[in-house]
Ligand binder design. Structure first.
Ligand SMILES: Cc1cc2nc3c(=O)[nH]c(=O)nc-3n(C[C@H](O)[C@H](O)[C@H](O)COP(=O)(O)OP(=O)(O)OC[C@H]3O[C@@H](n4cnc5c(N)ncnc54)[C@H](O)[C@@H]3O)c2cc1C
Length: 452
């Protein structure tokens, strides 16, 4: 007998979306949640889909990355957005919610759905639980603070391709850089060969001023449960600055293998930026993972020559975060290469953010539904926000969780006419409109037929 039942582990943002999507499509769901037994140190309430930090689900503006993502989630019947709308609180263009009422609403809707059985349990072995609950597939959506029992199981399955910690360097919008103060060159390669790295040089005075600013800037305080253990080869730039004035100059800011400046003077230190995507629309500050508060990052990193007016696509951070190397371990439908009946969803797949995690819950549930109907997995077009997120985690060589941003979406060439006005805004409008149109087509041609 074929069982039409799916086990979902974790009733967070992704798990709640996945469970409701499947239940609404006539699939029986067993939903396991551990917080009802013990809260993790970031959680405060026993109900589902808890927003552990800010209560904002970010922008609703249609020409923002989050706006595009919300449009797609809404079309797919997002429970998070439905409940968000019911319990919204004023926040300008953003969707912010009363977190307790929002979480309560999600819990009630899931618990009261006739196709969902909620089980209070701390999961350990997903495959054994899948058998125990007589399910065909299992979706693990246990998030950045997956409990240790399950973490051990995943680690055993994935070895070095499972991470517990996340140190993210900031990413800047290429259009906001002053290229007259920077140049392309890879270390130890001839200038004529071009290069993948964009270099910003500092003289002695600039460097020490910068290091002082890093050392004295305000840092994000460490949370009790975050035992920050840094790899020596991947220290936050501000910690290097605290360790010694010249530490960074002998590490990621070393001035070797490069060029003298236009006046023929060799640099004292160098900041390197690397393309974040093939199109070169965004750049990563190499080695600049940091504990600085967001406000301080903007202030201090704008001291770097060429970054005076930098617009940051995302800022750096250091926090506990369990996530997989999706490219190595998962297939494009986010099922495990090793155990095809096992899927992952949410932040654990390598995306970052409430809305992004929820959207991946919808994506995975949709792929599971297709499989249960005997259909092959289907890729979402990369021009859509969900497609761009999946494409990012499935292609990034050195995994680094990302939220949705324009850097993940294919860029567009502006016509001469379009270049006359506000280029950045025009690009955003075109990319958003394209995302909207491509998703509409994909939705009516592919998604709807799976649901009916
Ligand atoms: C401290 C912190 C602050 C954050 N702040 C923000 C923010 O302000 N804005 C933002 O957009 N993103 C933020 N994030 C990032 C992230 O997007 C959210 O954590 C988001 O909730 C992830 O969604 P998820 O569904 O993948 O996981 P979660 O929402 O964390 O859901 C996972 C669920 O699985 C349960 N679970 C875990 N292990 C087990 C187990 N073994 N058995 C059963 N259940 C289990 C958990 O109790 C939880 O309910 C933050 C992350 C952290 C860690």
């Amino acid at each position: 007998m074929v069982l039409k039942r799916v086990l979902v582990i974790g009733a967070g943002l992704a798990g709640s979306e996945a469970a409701m999507f499947l239940a609404r499509n006539n699939i029986q769901v067993v939903l396991i949640e551990g917080k009802t037994i013990q809260l993790n140190p970031a959680q405060k309430i026993p109900t589902f889909a808890e927003l552990v930090c800010t209560n904002s689900l970010k922008s609703m503006e249609p020409t923002s990355g989050h706006g595009i993502l919300k449009n797609e989630m809404k079309a797919m019947g997002s429970l998070v957005l439905e409940c968000g709308a019911v319990h919204a609180v004023p926040a300008g263009d953003a969707l912010a919610v009363d977190r307790e009422k929002f979480s309560e609403e999600i819990t009630n809707r899931l618990s009261q759905h006739p196709n969902i059985r909620v089980v209070s349990l701390e999961a350990d072995d997903p495959l054994a639980l899948m058998k125990h609950f007589e399910c065909q597939y299992v979706i693990v959506a246990t998030g950045p603070l997956t409990t240790s029992k399950l973490e051990s199981w995943i680690k055993e399955m994935s070895g070095d391709d499972f991470y517990f910690y996340d140190a993210i360097a900031p990413v800047v919008d290429a259009d906001s850089l002053d290229l007259s103060k920077m140049y392309f060159k890879d270390r130890h390669k001839e200038m004529e060969e071009g290069g993948d790295y964009l270099n910003s040089q500092m003289n002695k005075e600039q460097y020490y001023e910068f290091v002082d600013a890093l050392a004295t800037a305000e840092k994000v305080p460490q949370k009790d449960f975050e035992d920050w253990k840094f790899f020596e080869s991947c220290l936050p730039i501000d910690l290097m600055a605290e360790r010694g004035k010249d530490t960074a100059r002998f590490s990621c800011m070393k001035p070797v293998g490069l060029e003298p400046d236009i006046k023929g003077k060799w640099p004292y230190a160098v900041v390197q930026l690397r393309k974040e995507n093939l199109l070169g629309s965004a750049y990563n500050l190499v080695g600049f993972q940091t504990r600085l508060t967001y406000k301080e990052q903007v202030r201090v990193f704008r001291m770097i020559p060429g970054l005076e007016n930098a617009s940051f696509i995302h800022l750096g951070s250091c926090h506990r975060n369990s996530f997989l190397n999706a490219r190595k371990l998962l297939r494009s439908d986010l099922s495990s290469k090793k155990h095809p009946e096992l899927y992952f969803a949410g932040q654990i797949t390598g995306v970052e953010g409430y809305t992004e995690s929820a959207s991946i819950g919808l994506y995975v549930a949709y792929q599971v539904l297709r499989r249960m109907k005997g259909l092959n997995p289907v890729s979402f077009p990369v021009e859509t926000a969900i497609g761009a997120l999946v494409n990012y985690i499935m292609t990034i060589e050195k995994p680094c969780p990302s939220n949705i941003n324009f850097g993940l979406l294919p860029s567009v060439e502006l016509t001469k006419e379009q270049r006359k006005g506000d280029r950045k805004r025009t690009k955003k409008e075109i990319v958003s409109k394209r995302a909207f149109d491509v998703f509409q087509n994909f939705y009516s041609e592919t998604i709807v037929s799976t649901l009916n």
